[in-house]
Design a protein around this ligand. Structure first.
Ligand SMILES: [Zn+2]
Length: 260
């Protein structure tokens, strides 16, 4: 599994479990089970994320009771999963829908409701900006749907490249759309600041990768590299003795020949 995939899974785990040790041990356990299957990497990542999601659902809300003071951990498991998948893993609506068994069209609607709900949390500064659109649209303005605005879709990077370029250019020339996008961007980055970010990610990636590779090697012993096989072979005590004796004989043989 690639380091980027492991990093995304670490972020997802930390959005489900407030306790870092709990998040990593859950992820390690799930990953070691998923790695025993013979799935393509993309499927492995999705199976791991899904298993984490159902694991925390099974454990219930009391698991994060001590972190209830954090606005993010007052959200539902589904809301936390969707936000961290969008902001930290940068997964698409399609992929998140596939993992959670939710229709793709509902993902942005849930994300929007969740993001807006965080503006109502006391003590959270959202610069008093409510990300609204406008009904005063010019002919070439994109339609603003209040349950699923184009501004959010733009920031979640869900538009095809040509539409994205159109919207970028349009927002430069259209003051109304520019304002809608600016308000949404303020909301987006305010929400982003509330998401938990795991510490020592590189170390965690190394640990998980080590576990993953060990399971893979147990599953596919013939896929060990030549150097790995040689190292394991040379570490056997009998082989070490034979090697040491061979060296002594070799030195003796060379000296004897020189003496002649
Ligand atoms: Zn416009």
């Amino acid at each position: 599994m690639q380091a980027d995939d492991l990093k995304s899974l670490i972020c997802i785990a930390h959005s489900l479990w407030a306790d870092s040790a709990e998040a990593i041990s859950s992820l390690a356990e799930v990953l070691s089970v998923v790695a025993t299957g013979d799935f393509p990497t993309e499927i492995e990542v999705e199976k791991t994320a899904k298993a984490l999601y159902f694991r925390i659902l099974h454990q219930g809300t009391s698991i994060n009771a001590q972190s209830i003071s954090q606005p993010f951990f007052r959200l539902t498991v589904e809301q936390r999963f969707i936000l961290s998948s969008l902001h930290l893993a940068r997964w698409s609506y399609v992929r998140i829908g596939r993992i959670l068994d939710i229709e793709e069209r509902l993902i942005p609607e849930i994300a929007w409701t969740t993001r807006l709900s965080l503006t109502l949390v006391p003590g959270v500064d959202f610069n008093s900006v409510h990300p609204t659109g406008t009904h005063h649209l010019a002919v070439n303005c994109p339609e603003y749907q209040k349950e699923n605005p184009w501004t959010q879709k733009f920031l979640d990077d869900e538009f095809p490249k040509n539409q994205k370029i159109f919207l970028q250019n349009h927002s430069i020339s259209c003051k109304t759309c520019q304002e809608s996008l600016t308000r949404c961007r303020t909301l987006y980055y305010s929400v982003d600041g509330l998401l938990p970010r795991p510490e020592n990610t590189e170390e965690k990636i190394k640990l998980l990768n080590h576990i993953y590779l060990k399971i893979q090697k147990l599953q596919h012993p013939l896929q060990q590299s030549f150097l790995d096989s040689l190292r394991i072979f040379s570490e056997r005590p009998k082989i070490r003795w034979i090697f040491a004796l061979s060296c002594i004989f070799f030195v003796y043989f060379v000296r004897k020949n020189k003496g002649m």
